[in-house]
Design a binder for this molecule. Structure first.
Ligand code: PLP
Length: 384
């Protein structure tokens, strides 16, 4: 049985070109870039090249690119830097839609360090209210952190406008762009954000490598201290093969993004349309007007999301549900709860996320099999 991988917002396949670019840095070019000998030194050029590739994908300068170990580290680092460089300010603005890598450190600041955190709410489609945001910005606000695109429903947020509003009030602005980079165009030359996070494994790079963009001139405080690597901004011997892989992933994204967006969106739309046409009592979660091209989150009334995933798994289809199994109970995810998706729908929410490797045949197979899965589960369901 072939695997049909429709869970690309959880992680992606490492592109073959990326793997190939990384390999020599395990086997032959394993020197330490900090060494005095040329064997180590030559590795430094590979890091420079990767930094350049990432900068050019984002419209940034290479000196603004800091390598980290993952998207979560980038998010935590940005928050910590803002808090440390603006110690007199004790307020943070974020949203209820963020990834736990932002929500958990915000909750920590709130509970342990006396910060006030505003979690902006959303409407039923997951959209933010700009008036609520404007009112939340105060002279005491150290940082605003808003995701560029949401991992569960795919909503894209108006980062250009929101960052500009923060700048008017001299407030630092961070965006978690882990789901956006490589899927939609981002040009930091025109986007007034101070910090931006990305992660290798969400754009066909390896797991365990991330980037934090830090705008030139913005004050920074390191999260990891110890070595002089990354110009003193992050200690630790550079993860050279993964940095090279991340650079290659950025190059591939830059070369293919326009064509890929169209191709992936067409497949996603086809899949969604077929499902909506053949399954009664279902709806799309999120803002269909302003969404990542690869993401579809569909709520099926009166079915358990986990049951759907198990049935799909038997067919070789990998997807995700909109519930998080926290402390043994199946709760709808914080994102679906923030949107107020009714319980009978939220419990049966499934996320299908495509990639450049998704094929027409895979979409057709999924669209053909899914209606029967839902029908069978509903026949067994006690709620009718
Ligand atoms: C995956 C993800 C992260 C975390 O990235 P890791 O590299 O897995 O730590 C952060 N934010 C968003 C929106 C994500 O989708």
């Amino acid at each position: 049985m072939n695997t049909i991988y429709l869970d690309n917002n959880a992680t992606t396949r490492v592109a073959p070109e990326v793997f190939e670019a990384m390999t020599p840095y395990f086997t032959e070019l394993y020197g330490n870039p900090s060494s005095m000998h040329s064997f180590g030194g030559q590795v430094g050029h590979a890091i420079d090249k990767a930094r350049q590739s990432i900068a050019s994908l984002l419209g940034a300068q290479p000196s603004e690119i800091l390598f980290t170990s993952c998207g979560s580290e980038s998010d935590n680092t940005a928050l910590a830097a803002a808090v440390q460089t603006r110690p007199e300010k004790k307020h943070i603005i974020t949203t209820r839609m963020e990834h736990p890598a932002i929500l958990a450190p915000c909750q920590h600041l709130e509970r342990r360090q006396g910060y006030r955190v505003t979690y902006l709410g959303v409407d039923s489609k997951g959209r933010l209210d700009m008036d609520e945001y404007r009112e939340a910005l105060t002279p005491d606000t150290a940082l605003v952190s808003i995701m560029f695109a949401n991992n569960e429903v795919g909503n894209i947020y108006p980062i250009q406008q929101m960052a500009a509003m923060a700048k008017e009030k001299d407030v630092l602005f961070h965006t978690d762009a882990v789901q956006a980079v490589g899927k939609i165009g981002i040009n930091l030359a025109e986007l007034p954000v101070d910090f931006l996070s990305l992660s290798g494994h969400k754009l066909h790079g390896p797991k365990g490598i991330g980037v934090l963009y830090i705008r030139k001139g913005v004050r920074f405080a390191p999260y990891l201290r110890g070595g002089h690597q990354e110009r003193g901004r992050r200690a630790g011997t550079e993860n050279v093969p993964y940095i090279v892989g991340m650079g290659k992933a950025a190059e591939l994204a830059a070369a293919n993004i326009v064509q890929e967006q169209v191709q992936v969106a067409a497949l996603r739309d086809q899949l969604e349309k077929e499902i909506l046409a053949h399954v009664p009592l279902c709806m799309v979660n999120g803002d269909t007007e302003n969404r990542l091209p690869n993401t579809s989150n569909i709520a099926f009334k009166n079915v358990e999301g986990e049951a759907i995933l198990l049935m799909l798994d038997r067919l070789g289809i990998c997807a995700s549900s909109g519930s998080a199994c926290t402390s043994g109970s199946l709760e709808p995810s914080h994102v679906l709860r923030a949107m107020g998706v009714p319980f009978t729908f939220a419990h049966g929410s499934v996320r299908l996320s495509l990639s450049r490797y998704t094929t027409q045949e895979e979409v057709e197979f999924t669209a053909r099999e899914l209606p029967a899965v839902i029908e069978n589960l509903r026949a067994l369901s006690p709620f009718k």
